[in-house]
Write a protein that binds this ligand. Structure first.
Ligand SMILES: Nc1ncnc2c1ncn2[C@@H]1O[C@H](COP(=O)(O)OP(=O)(O)OP(=O)(O)O)[C@@H](O)[C@H]1O
Ligand SMILES: [Mg+2]
Length: 472
């Protein structure tokens, strides 16, 4: 065998000098440009065996340690059980997600999802893709907060129902509806559940409109008014409660150790606050028996509140969400109802209200018991901080919601938001650099100790259905 071929084969006993010479000759062979076309034209393709100098110091560690510095490459994926979202940008494999499967597998500690990204980055499209594709798995979705009405075509295409709410529209919901009694709950407990739901809603409406927490005497006035109407009628409405607040029952007042005139005075402000739903700008929406029934067999139910106007009337939107979600809760609170998503699109518009936040947090704490995954959509994480000063109740509640979301989906963030996002989510430098450059529809999916960059892949029909640029 010719001696020059021995660069790749060295018989035993070859000396060190010969081995070195062989290695050198092998490098020379590899450096010769080989990837060019036969006619010598440069194709630009590098020689496949060309060696590049390593720019970093050599380092050896286990993948368990290395994934902290560079989380993506050492990732094995979330498995194939769930809804296809798109492709994992680093591995090229399919990315599949299902909060209930991951909760059962103890990958996440709760099924709630936070979605954040700049305007038009693809937040709603990501949520719509996740939800519409999950319908095939038997999951259902309810959207109590849709201020742009953009979920209407999606729900219609999925065979769901759209409830249009707005001043002057024929649909009316009674937020004090009891809903269907779950088979697992006995009559006495059901009565207590319904009472506390009604009471919580009335408190939220009063506090939200007054812009302050209720005083102790106001709570008493509200308790007594609700007790009165609950004894009088089977399905109380908001106007019934307003009447009971303005004209309290004298026997009940006496039993509570109060004079009727004092109780009337104590409950006056609360009565006027709740009256806004009866005679104010929101009249006709929540002030009588429901004109529609909730059908729990439908794959999707959305509440289109675009008729309230997009002109920034966030107070009206918040009251609508409080009433609509209470009405929805009456139907959703059955643990036997299957896996359900509840979506708060444009969630940042309703978050500046401690009363509503408190209620949302109470509902979220029950999400696991009900089989519900809440999806909160905001622009940036500082939306959570903007709800109140550091140390305020509202701020603590909003940040508590973040803590209650095991899955955080980050689409592109503005440069001035990166530091805050990193500190709130505990992101590495690599993850932050990734978020800053994400194109439309690509997101960092952050789960406890896991991280993925996922490109949403849409079907042509979905592109059409999820389009929100049509009016541009
Ligand atoms: N993966 C994607 N690739 C290309 N375009 C996309 C992708 N995802 C969404 N888009 C397009 O970007 C536009 C905005 O998307 P979408 O409404 O989901 O964004 P958004 O973040 O919810 O916006 P907003 O902040 O206004 O609510 C839509 O018209 C949509 O078709
Ligand atoms: Mg959107």
């Amino acid at each position: 065998m010719a001696r020059q071929e021995s660069a790749y084969y060295e018989p035993e006993g070859v000396g060190r000098a010969t081995r070195r010479a062989n290695r050198r000759s092998s490098y020379t062979v590899q450096r010769t440009p080989k990837a060019d076309a036969p006619d010598g034209t440069e194709t630009g393709a590098p020689s496949p065996r060309r060696r590049l100098r390593l720019l970093v110091d050599k380092h050896r560690a286990t993948t368990r340690v290395l994934r902290v510095a560079y989380p993506f490459l050492a990732e094995g994926g979330l498995g194939a059980d769930g809804t296809y979202i798109g492709s994992d940008v680093f591995s090229g494999g399919s990315f599949v997600y299902d909060p209930w499967v991951l909760y059962q597998g103890r990958v996440i500690t709760n099924p709630n999802v936070l979605l954040a990204g700049v305007i038009g980055s693809g937040k709603s499209s990501t949520a719509k893709a996740l939800i519409t594709r999950s319908v095939a798995l038997g999951h259902k979705a309810y959207v109590p907060c849709d201020p742009k009405g953009e979920w209407t075509p999606v729900a219609t295409a999925m065979g769901g129902a759209v409830i249009k709410l707005g001043p002057g529209l024929p649909t009316r919901l009674n937020p004090l509806d009891a809903g269907g009694q779950p088979s697992t709950v006995d009559a006495e407990e059901w009565e207590r559940i319904v009472w506390s739901r009604r009471r919580a809603l009335l408190g939220t409406l009063a506090e939200s409109t007054l812009g302050r927490p209720l005083a102790a005497v106001e709570h008493t006035a509200l308790d007594l008014a609700l007790e009165t109407v609950s004894r009088q009628v089977a399905q109380p409405t908001i106007p019934d409660v307003v009447v009971a607040l303005f004209t309290p029952d004298s026997d009940r007042a006496e039993r509570a150790g109060l004079r009727t005139s004092n109780l009337t005075a104590d409950g006056r402000e609360v009565a006027h606050a709740i009256r806004r739903l009866v005679h104010g700008d929101l009249s006709g929406m929540f002030d009588g028996p429901s004109t529609t029934e909730f059908d729990p067999t439908l794959p999707m139910v959305t509440l289109d509140s675009s008729w309230l106007g997009n002109g920034g009337n966030d107070q009206a939107l918040r009251l609508t969400l409080a009433c609509a979600s209470s009405w929805l809760e009456a139907a959703v609170a059955d643990p036997a109802g299957g896996n359900r998503y509840i979506v708060y699109d444009e969630g940042w518009r309703v978050m500046r209200d401690p009363a509503l936040l408190r209620r949302m947090q109470e509902q979220w704490k029950l999400s696991r018991a009900w089989g519900v995954s809440n999806i909160l959509i905001v622009h940036r994480l500082s939306d959570l901080a903007a709800v109140g000063d550091l140390g305020s109740e509202a701020r603590a509640l909003a940040e508590g919601l973040l803590a209650d979301c095991s899955t955080r989906i980050m689409l592109r963030q503005e440069p001035d938001q990166l530091e805050r996002t990193a500190s709130l989510l505990g992101l590495t430098d690599v993850e932050i650099a990734t978020i800053a450059k994400l194109p439309k529809g690509r997101a960092l999916w952050r789960l406890p100790n896991r991280s993925f960059v996922v490109q949403l892949v849409r079907h042509a029909r979905e592109v059409e259905l999820f389009d929100t640029d049509a009016r541009m």
